[in-house]
Design a binder for this molecule. Structure first.
Ligand code: BG6
Ligand code: MG
Length: 217
């Protein structure tokens, strides 16, 4: 029986995935190369330092560890400039209605994000109070596709993985959920997220009852 929903943040609750992409691309461009939106799919859900290693590989760039840290924090500064300007109208369509409905019906709500900036983004869009527990990149030691972030969320809620639905826009995030024995709902296109139990294009006009029915939980 489903008792909780665990949400990824970037690209599921708010469209910050586009800010991560823009900031990484700006870094790549300053280093003299470029990468595409398709390449960017591989960065979703992946930690900051794992991301910079992937990107530098695409550009055949070798940097010292110190320079990697310097560029990663520069990227984070650009990213934070965007996040600091966020307002509640950047919550993705249907999210607020679903969160309110889940609360009303007694489901637990958790956040399972790789980002170290997750709490800031949740505060900016003023929905932090909906979450019973928040697991983010400041609390984990292993990045998605490792299931650690979701396992910690379920543990905090004292629930088993099969009692939780994970909502994810990242290939690595869907893989993490499945590896941990959770139900996985992909938010995006079936082309990328086909491994999930169900793929939705948005939360608009969708109810928890219909999601549970469609995943066969
Ligand atoms: C994930 C994003 O949620 O968090 C990734 O999908 C990002 O793109 C990762 O790299 C880490 O985020 P941050 O904010 O700690 O650099
Ligand atoms: Mg995401």
């Amino acid at each position: 029986m489903i008792k909780a929903c665990i949400f990824d943040l970037d690209g599921v609750i708010v469209d910050t995935a586009k800010y991560h992409f823009k900031s990484w691309r700006r870094m790549a461009n300053e280093l003299g190369f470029d990468f595409t939106e398709k390449d960017n799919e591989q960065l979703k859900g992946v930690s900051r330092m794992d991301s910079i290693n992937l990107i530098l590989g695409w550009g055949n760039k070798q940097l010292s560890e110190a320079d990697k840290v310097k560029w990663a924090s520069q990227k984070n500064e650009w990213y934070l400039e965007a996040v600091n300007k966020m307002t509640p109208d950047e919550i993705l369509p249907g999210v607020l209605v679903l969160l309110q409905d889940l609360r009303k019906k007694g489901y637990k709500i958790a956040l399972g994000s790789s980002s170290k900036n997750a709490e800031l983004a949740l505060r900016k869009v003023r929905i932090i109070s909906y979450f019973n527990t928040i697991i983010d990149g400041t609390k984990t030691t292993r990045s998605k596709p490792d299931p650690q972030v979701f396992q910690m969320g379920a543990q905090r809620l004292r629930l088993a993985p099969e009692e939780c639905i994970v909502f994810e826009d990242a290939v690595s995030g869907v893989a993490a959920a499945l590896a941990g024995g959770f139900y996985a709902v992909g938010m995006g296109s079936p082309e990328n997220l086909g491994a999930a139990h169900l793929v939705l294009s948005s939360f608009e006009n969708i109810t928890i009852e219909s999601i549970i029915k469609q995943i066969g939980a």
